[in-house]
Design a protein around this ligand. Structure first.
Ligand code: F6P
Length: 344
């Protein structure tokens, strides 16, 4: 078989590990030829691809980013885009395509699948907000980076008796904020799922600091929003998938805390540091398992399916089901566990 693969959307530690596994299993067990499309769906639209061999992916297991490049190009937003994708795949003799991406990339894959393209999905996002799977690779790495940053901020916060606001990624869901916040012993965690009341945040910090010399760490997901009418926030430009460019709520929260409480406050925006560099061992293993399972799915003819993790097992779920609804933070984890430690 001639199998195509692509990486779309934001890059993510573990992408190379997935592709390395695909090419190894494809060559070794099936005698396939694998072709890698460059820069996500843009490469498919433009018919830009390279031969993806075991040799090309040698040494890539611990490497962050994606050797194929990625983009946020959305064929569904381009006149005749999906047809052009199907025609390019045909012209290049691709029998099946493996799309590695999050809800946007896999949303395109779901549409192509309905049009008869043989496509298999692999779930990717550091945000861990994709439906159908308990975990996506990249998330564990992002949580580890954010936790290490929080650990480091504790000592400087304590030395200066300051409030430290740490902004982490998480556009629609606060998985990174919740996990890193719990792991790092945050004083408060603000996530998109739970609009916050800045008055109550400040009240809690005042109560904590009234007990004496207490530094605080407030973890804010970039997509966190204040309750309507409680605080002003800025909004940025949008990409092709209609997403506003985020990164800034941490500054607004820090300014409000300092203005309302008088506590000296500093802000750290972790940004793309969370997405760069080498994947954790956990993510390397998960990515490798997904890659092997994806090429198996191709050979089983399980098209329109995405490989997923459920109860420790790799399973297959319809791509359309995975992209239907975002996976949000479990309220039991947020209210039942994280909140126990808020401003204590
Ligand atoms: O891939 C998901 C993500 O990391 C989000 O958490 C973040 O909002 C977004 O990507 C940033 O995108 P970009 O790198 O295009 O600015």
């Amino acid at each position: 078989m001639r199998v195509g693969m692509l990486t779309g959307g934001g890059d993510c530690p573990g992408l190379n590990a997935v592709m390395r596994a695909i090419v190894r299993k494809a060559e070794r067990d099936f005698g396939d030829e694998v072709v890698g499309f460059l820069d996500g769906w843009r490469g498919v639209l433009e018919g830009r691809a390279v031969e993806a061999t075991v040799e090309r992916f040698r040494g890539s297991l611990p490497r962050g980013g994606t050797l194929l490049g990625t983009s946020r190009t959305n064929p569904l937003k381009i006149d005749g885009g999906p047809d052009r994708c199907r025609d390019q795949l045909r012209a290049l003799g691709i029998d099946a395509l493996i799309a590695i991406g999050g809800e946007d990339t896999l949303g395109v894959a779901a549409t192509l699948s309905e049009m008869g393209v043989s496509v298999v999905g692999v779930p990717k996002t550091i945000d861990n907000d994709l439906g159908g799977t308990e975990l996506t690779f990249g998330f564990d790495t992002a949580v580890a980076i954010a936790t290490e940053a929080i650990d480091r901020l504790h000592t400087t916060a304590e030395s200066h008796d300051r409030v430290m606001v740490v902004e982490v990624m998480g556009r629609h869901a606060g998985h990174i904020a919740t996990w890193a916040g719990i792991a790092g012993g945050a004083t408060m965690i603000l996530i998109p799922e739970e609009p916050f009341d800045i008055d109550r945040v400040c009240e809690a910090l005042r109560r904590r600091h009234a007990k004496g010399r207490y530094a605080s760490i407030v973890v804010v997901a970039e997509g966190a929003v204040p309750k309507e009418g409680t605080m002003q926030v800025l909004s940025g430009e949008r990409d092709e998938f209609g997403h506003v460019r985020l990164g800034g709520i941490g500054n607004s929260v820090a300014e409000e805390i300092e203005a309302r409480t008088g506590f000296e406050t500093r802000v750290t925006i972790l940004g793309h540091v969370q997405r760069g560099g080498t994947p954790t061992a956990f993510d390397r293993v998960l990515a490798t398992r997904f890659g092997v399972a994806a090429i198996d799915a191709v050979h089983d003819g399980a098209f329109g399916q995405m490989v997923a993790l459920r109860c420790g097992e790799i399973v297959r779920v319809p791509i359309s089901e995975a992209v239907r609804e975002l996976k949000l933070v479990d309220p039991d984890l947020y209210h039942g566990v994280a909140e126990v430690f808020f401003a204590g």
